[in-house]
Design a protein around this ligand. Structure first.
Ligand code: SF4
Length: 442
């Protein structure tokens, strides 16, 4: 029997790009391809690129160059794929270029170089498809594209307007993931709270019932699957309020990832984002009344064109007042093709850097204060990793998303393994992490 062709994959960018990579791998695996973790063992390499900001573009171009010099046969896909001319000019040897979620083109390009082997004995694809995340959590992508037009962002011009998946298709995938061992589903999209708007909240049949493609309905349905459901990339629209009740009832995790980006009305307006942060503050306070355990993660851009010291101080105060549990921050970087490039009032690099450092310092204080309040509590955690050398287990609480948030460090491994869910008692905290002792395993 001839050996299955081996594919290498370099996946750059956000969780949405990761989901695209998973789909490509799943399709290729179903066709009998196998995979290599290194360039040398691969017969060819797919590079799934990111083109969000200029530094991501540079990183993508560098990754393509590395794959060409290490392997030679390279297919490029993903967000940077829309700039085919740039890619071909920089790396004339690439075999094929396609844009984001063009799975068929990627697979076709692989077929052209390495035709699939027809082998009736190839391994079957596991029912959940192939995922690049550990088995115990999975990303669930509910839509593609975005119908907003934030002035600093070119995603809508790369990925197009919002295209929501039918509710039933999302639920069948979610159910499959949970059955095959996912204990946590991370709902992702460019704008999760807009889910279904483009298809007028159409109904579809899930297990013989009509289900609506609507944000609240999605949260309620997913909340019945028995896994942790974590919402990412939520816009603070008023209809998000209803989902807070589901959080208070324990149906979905009390966690909201809302990229607020700023707090000054003037800056938000020029970013073309919802711009009434006083109202938003009131809403956050009322969410916390309904669900005191709510954790809010957010990202902010500092040094946006026209941002004054006063605007920035407003943002600093807002982060404290809103009690943003987890914050990421980026100094503003112009992105080729973004409307914000036409704005006056560029902020000098050193001021951007200074504001970045001040915001991160403030965010760290807020995070540390909020984590202190958890000391003494018994909480549920999900183990991600075990460090036998240190005799500790690295877990996450309901307030921590993988990779971007903190951890719960459990004192002793006691036979724990990744994917275990258990109760622990928190005995200490620092700026980002909690420290806890195991009570029992479930
Ligand atoms: S919501 Fe704004 S920042 Fe996010 S993808 Fe859409 S346009 Fe870009």
């Amino acid at each position: 029997m001839s050996k299955a062709p081996k594919i290498g994959l370099v996946s750059l960018g956000c969780p949405k790009a990761l989901v695209d990579s998973e789909r490509i791998l799943t399709t290729l695996r179903a066709q009998g391809y196998s995979f290599s973790p290194d360039y040398q063992g691969a017969d060819m390499v797919i590079v799934n690129t990111c083109g969000f900001i200029d530094s991501a573009k540079a990183e993508s171009l560098e990754a393509i160059g590395e794959a060409i010099s290490e392997n030679g046969k390279v297919v490029v896909t993903g967000c940077l794929g829309v700039e085919e001319d740039l890619i071909r000019k920089t790396h004339p040897k690439v075999l094929a270029v396609s844009g984001p979620h063009q799975y068929e083109q990627v697979v076709e390009a692989v077929h052209n170089t390495l035709p699939p082997l027809h082998d009736p004995y190839v391994d079957l694809v596991p029912p959940e498809g192939l995922t690049l995340t550990p088995r115990h959590y999975s990303y669930l992508k509910i839509s593609e594209g975005c119908s907003n037009r934030c002035s600093f962002c070119i995603i809508p011009s790369i990925r197009g307007d919002l295209v929501s998946r039918p509710m039933a298709s999302v639920l069948y995938e979610a159910e499959r993931l949970v059955k095959s061992g996912s204990k946590e589903l991370l709902v992702i999209s460019q704008d999760t709270s807009a889910y279904g708007q483009d298809i007028k909240y159409a109904t579809s049949k899930f297990r013989g019932r009509d289900v609506r493609a609507k944000f609240y309905d999605m949260c309620a349905e997913l909340g019945e699957l028995g896994a942790w459901i974590r919402l990412h990339y939520v816009y603070p629209y008023p209809h998000v309020d209803a989902a807070i009740d589901l959080m208070a009832e324990g149906k979905i995790l009390p966690y909201l990832d809302i990229p607020f980006q700023h707090a000054s009305t003037k800056v938000l307006k020029s970013m073309r984002r919802p711009a009434n942060q006083d109202k938003t503050l009131e809403r956050i306070q009322s969410w916390r009344k309904t669900c005191p355990d709510l954790a809010i993660r957010s990202t902010f851009i500092v040094g946006f064109p026209g941002e004054t010291e006063e605007d920035f101080n407003q943002l600093l105060d807002w982060v404290s007042e809103a009690g943003i549990d987890r914050a990421g921050c980026f100094p503003y970087e112009p992105v080729a093709g973004a409307k914000a490039n036409d704005l006056d009032g560029a902020v000098p690099t050193e001021i951007k850097q200074d504001r970045f450092e001040r915001l991160m310092e403030r965010a760290q204080q807020v995070s540390a204060d909020r984590l202190t309040q958890k000391v003494g509590r018994t909480i549920e955690v999900l183990v991600d990793d075990v460090d036998e050398g240190e005799n500790t287990a690295i877990a996450r609480s309901i307030w921590d998303a993988p990779d971007v948030d903190g951890n719960v460090i459990i004192d002793h491994t006691n036979g724990l393994k990744p994917g275990d869910k258990l109760s622990v008692k928190v005995h200490d905290s620092d700026a980002y992490d909690l420290f806890a002792t195991q009570l029992d395993t479930q």
